[in-house]
Design a binder for this molecule. Structure first.
Ligand SMILES: Cc1cc2nc3c(=O)[nH]c(=O)nc-3n(C[C@H](O)[C@H](O)[C@H](O)COP(=O)(O)O)c2cc1C
Length: 181
């Protein structure tokens, strides 16, 4: 079993999925379970996930992610998790408003982090997708117009050798200080 730091080091966005390898339902469920267990402000859990793994639905959803020629790789993803913002509880809403700190997006980001690290733990490749046609996704999946789709996670197995790329990140010293700004 990998450590969490090891998973963080080895996870990378996959844009080359193997179209011939479906994602096992148990693995998809494990990823969603990790997302479900994520922490949230006032334990509000302001999220709702739609897992899409039916072969006939995959190209329809992928098409919603490919506007203006972006995200073409999603046509080979073998599962998606559509992340919808759910209702916040009263305390999270009040706390966020009093502190001018909208917690929902933070909560959802944490939950998706759980999801993609769990995917890496299952040997699955993933790519978070933030560029999509929200209206078309809502129509396709029957999501009420009033709800917001925040992210879509594409999942599958990496095609061929998924060579680990160098991490393009700010240096540790640039972003971390101890005991002062
Ligand atoms: C909120 C969010 C939205 C993203 N949207 C897209 C996207 O629409 N298309 C894409 O190819 N990658 C997308 N990414 C992936 C990022 O480009 C990627 O995480 C970043 O470049 C770091 O690379 P790595 O994930 O391989 O470590 C998104 C990532 C996040 C967190």
């Amino acid at each position: 079993m990998d450590t969490l730091l090891g998973l963080a080091q080895n996870r990378q966005s996959c844009r080359n999925f193997d179209p011939a390898r479906p994602v096992e339902r148990e693995k998809l469920t494990a990823c969603l379970e990790a997302a479900r267990l994520s922490p949230s402000a006032c334990n509000s859990q302001p999220w709702r996930y739609i897992a899409v793994d039916e072969p006939e639905r995959l190209p329809q959803l992928a098409a919603c992610l490919q506007e203006t020629g972006l995200n073409r790789f999603t046509e080979n993803a073998r599962a998606f998790v559509v992340v919808i913002e759910g209702r916040q509880n009263f305390t999270a809403r009040m706390g966020g408003s009093l502190k001018n700190q909208p917690f929902s997006g933070i909560d959802i980001g944490l939950s998706v982090a759980h999801l993609i690290l769990a995917a890496a733990d299952q040997g699955l490749a993933s790519c978070v997708v933030g560029w999509f046609n929200e209206r078309k996704i809502k129509m396709l999946l029957g999501i009420p117009k009033t709800r917001r789709v925040r992210l879509v996670v594409s999942l599958g197995y990496a095609a061929g050798d998924d060579v680990l790329r160098d991490k393009d990140r700010k240096s540790f010293d640039e972003i971390v200080t101890f005991n002062h700004f």
